[in-house]
Structure formats: structure tokens, C-alpha cells
Write a protein that binds this ligand. Structure first.
Ligand code: NAD
Length: 239
């Protein structure tokens, strides 16, 4: 049986699927990931590395450079959901998929109309003034260049920067879904950002499926490993 048929069979015989994903889910929407050859970490366009800029220390010390990088590199207001997001929405609508746990901050799962989405690293769609707590949209953050027009303090994107803690409620929800599902599909993630990557160790179900263009440290634990484009694969198994 080829891998597409195997994945179809797994989905057919599962009732409680959870999807855990990362930046590779959105590369087919033209949002670069971090660690692929063409990813953000391998581009040397800036004085500071992407990892350095996207840290809480850097945000506290160099706000102008932070917003310059963040607005140019992390915001993709014209990106649209791709075949992977759409296939996952289909699986949710037919009752197979119980939750999407994502490390992504682009909001594309919600734009594709998925409902049970846990955003472990936050979202570029939400931004708050660090002083008056006023909410700003992505467009407003760009328009005001990160400065709150009401009180002139900084607006902080609701994303988890390197060095910051993940939201405890989100962790609990994610671990609850992962530890109770019968099938965990992991896709488009290098599984190298912690603690998120360690969450899959809580899986106790039957089928661990890994879909990634490159090898991951967890390939050896999977029931099925597919090294291919996730949008292509998921659209084939849900059509
Ligand atoms: P990563 O960059 O470390 O790894 C992405 C993985 O996806 C790579 O192994 C790559 O081979 C694979 N990949 C790329 N395109 C693919 C495709 N079409 N099909 C299948 N696999 C594909 O990303 P990560 O593991 O998510 O961790 C990095 C951090 O980057 C996350 O915390 C996330 O918040 C952040 N990030 C998010 C976005 C986004 O929201 N779209 C974009 C860049 C980075």
C-alpha cells in the first residue's frame, strides 16, 4: 500500500485526530519558515540574526530595529490559507479532527474556518499597548509603527518571543488533546522549538503520522513518515 493509501486508512479508522503543526504548514501560502534552506534563519539581510531579534531581550532594548524586522519579515497580510489549512478544516467539519495545535502565528487556520485552534506561540493578528492595554489589529500596528497613539507607549504583538513563557492554559489544553487522541498528525515542523516540540511525547494513541519535507528527530517513533509537501499530501487524502 502506498503512503497516501496508508494515511487514508489511518484517517478512516480514527475517530479522534489531533494535528500539531509548524511553519512548514504555511510555506505553501508563501510565508517562509525559519529553518529550511530558504527560511528566515538562513538569510543574512540584517545586522542581527532572526533568533536574536525575535527575543524578549531584544524587544526590550531595541524597539525600532525590532519593529523594522517584525513588520517586514513576520507580517504577511496578503497570505491566504493553502491546501493544508483547507484539508484540516474539512477533517474538522466531518468530525474526525478534534483540534489543531499550531506553533504558527499567522492566523491562517482560523482564516480557513477551522474552529478548535490552539495557538501556542500567539498571533500577529492581536496586538496590545504595553501601558494602556488597548487592542490593535495587524494593520494598525503597521500604521502606528508600534507606538500607541493614545498613550505613546509601545504596542506589543501577542506573540511568544524567544525567552518568554507559553500561556499555561494553552499548554494544558494542548496536552489534554494530545494525550487523549487516537491519531496525532504532526506536520511542517522541524520539532526543534521547545517546549512545543516535546508535547508529542505525551501522545499515547495508535498512530503517529509525521509529514515534513525533511527528516525530524521524531521520525523513528512514527507509524507513518511522509517526506513531502504537506498541502499536497493532505489535499490528496481529503479529496
Ligand atoms: P521550522 O522553520 O523550524 O521548521 C519548518 C519545517 O517545515 C522544516 O523542517 C521544513 O522542512 C518543513 N517544511 C517547509 N515547508 C514544508 C511543506 N510545504 N510541507 C512539509 N514540510 C515543510 O518551523 P517550526 O518547527 O514551526 O518552528 C519555528 C518557529 O517559527 C515556530 O515557533 C513558529 O512560531 C515560527 N514561525 C511561524 C511562521 C508562521 O506563523 N507561518 C513562520 C515562520 C516561523
Amino acid at each position: 500500500m502506498d503512503k497516501i493509501e496508508q494515511l487514508k486508512k489511518i484517517i478512516e479508522t480514527s475517530n479522534d485526530i489531533v494535528f500539531f503543526g509548524g511553519a512548514g504548514v504555511s510555506t505553501e501560502s508563501n510565508i517562509p519558515d525559519f529553518r529550511s534552506a530558504s527560511g528566515l534563519f538562513n538569510q543574512n539581510k540584517y545586522k542581527y540574526s532572526a533568533e536574536e531579534v525575535l527575543s524578549s531581550t531584544f524587544f526590550n532594548l531595541h524597539k525600532t530595529e525590532f519593529y523594522d524586522f517584525y513588520i517586514k519579515e513576520m507580517l504577511h497580510p496578503n497570505a491566504k490559507p493553502n491546501k493544508a489549512h483547507i484539508a484540516l478544516t474539512k477533517l474538522e467539519q466531518i468530525g474526525k479532527l478534534k483540534a489543531i495545535i499550531t506553533q504558527n502565528i499567522d492566523g491562517l487556520h482560523q482564516e480557513a474556518n477551522s474552529h478548535q485552534v490552539i495557538e501556542l506561540h500567539g498571533s500577529v493578528k492581536r496586538n496590545y499597548c504595553i501601558f494602556c492595554n488597548h487592542f490593535y489589529t495587524e494593520d494598525e500596528l503597521v500604521q502606528y509603527k508600534g507606538i500607541c497613539p493614545k498613550c505613546h507607549h509601545y504596542i506589543k504583538p501577542d506573540v511568544v518571543l524567544y525567552g518568554e513563557m507559553l500561556n499555561q492554559k494553552n499548554i494544558e489544553k494542548a496536552l489534554n488533546y494530545i494525550s487523549h487522541c487516537d491519531t496525532l498528525i504532526v506536520g511542517g515542523t522541524s520539532l526543534s522549538v521547545y517546549p512545543a516540540a516535546s508535547f508529542i511525547q505525551f501522545f499515547k494513541g495508535k498512530n503517529l503520522v509525521l509529514i515534513n519535507q525533511e527528516q525530524t528527530p521524531y521520525d523513528k517513533y512514527a507509524t507513518l513518515v511522509i517526506h513531502d509537501k504537506i498541502g499536497e499530501i493532505l489535499s490528496k487524502v481529503t479529496s
